[in-house]
Design a protein around this ligand. Sequence first.
Ligand code: SF4
Length: 397
Amino acid sequence: MDELGRLDLLAADARFDVCGYGGKDSRHQGTSPLRFIYRASLPKGGSICLFKTLLTSVCTNDCAYCTNQVGRDKPRTSFQPDELARLFMDLHHRRLAHGLFLSSGIAVDASRTMESMVKIVEILRQHYQFKGYIHLKILPGAPFDCIEEGCRLANRVSVNMEAPTVQHLARLSSRKRLHEGIVERMRWVKQIVARNEGAVPSGQTTQFVVGAAGETDRDILRTTVALYREVELRRAYFSAFQPIEDSPLEGHEATPPLREHRLYQADWLLRIYGFSPAEVDLALGAAGDLSLTRDPKLTIARRQPWLFPVDVNRASREDLLRVPGIGPVSAGRIVEGRREYSIFSVSQLKKMGVVARRAMPYIWFQGLLPTEKQMCFLPQLDDEPDQAEPSLAGALA
Ligand code: SF4
């Protein structure tokens, strides 16, 4: 198979690793070299063009959701480190790729494959003097020295959890070990970053395959929260499970993309809005899942009616952020604007970016009494939220 044919296979297989903010990476179709490039969205808007690829699609692991699982009849291929580095630099010099996202199957064992992946990054940094963005996937079971070198050279690293507890991962793979293979590597990354100033400046991330193992959103969010706290995870990605042909999960139902979206919304409340884990738990239904029909922030507001309505002219930024329809940007504009003038109309709020239709039942303006509609929305405590915040060991058990 020629280089382009191999790149086609490996770039297509890399689509299962999400790297864009909000979990969205789009890829060009067609025959131009742009088909190897994924456009990943950035946190503050805009996007970056990444060459997203695997080093090899050969794998000795048996992850039931994965196209590359051992024994699956499919064409497989690999690159040598120097070949892949040269191909990336070619795309970079043609201004098609501004960064690299490098993942891989585990060809023989995790040590050797990880060594080859780190070698690619070394070639790019040292031989080609590439200074741009590199996201390096860390393989479960990779050795410490390899990870340390990878952390020294990459902007971001990630170890994929895939499932939130030991029991759920056991349903997906007979070979992966959550504590020894995955979480231990995350702890190593945290140690390496603590010891080496400037290592992995964009931090470490992880990814969950949502819905493949019968886990609930509560399981995923608990483990995510524990990872934020204990390994300083920068963020989690959620990837809705899609069954693939000729695999043990071929007949398993696909996860609706809306479930993935709800998890991102809940995660935003934790990371960006500063909601506590106990507050986010209020969004979970009796079965432990987020509603597909109502966004989590609205559910949380409805379950804490005593917090509302808030006075837009006096409320703290934190209280404003709990109002549906007010986000970090509009909350900041309200706080900034009212230093100079009073806010007394919906049109002022709209100009500040507030989604007034959603916010109105939850706010009032200084001097104006809350309306009847604002006073009458009722608590919806149809199930008891679990307020406990387990340790990482507790969350994984
Ligand atoms: S280790 Fe990675 S590439 Fe291999 S089967 Fe599992 S998810 Fe797929």
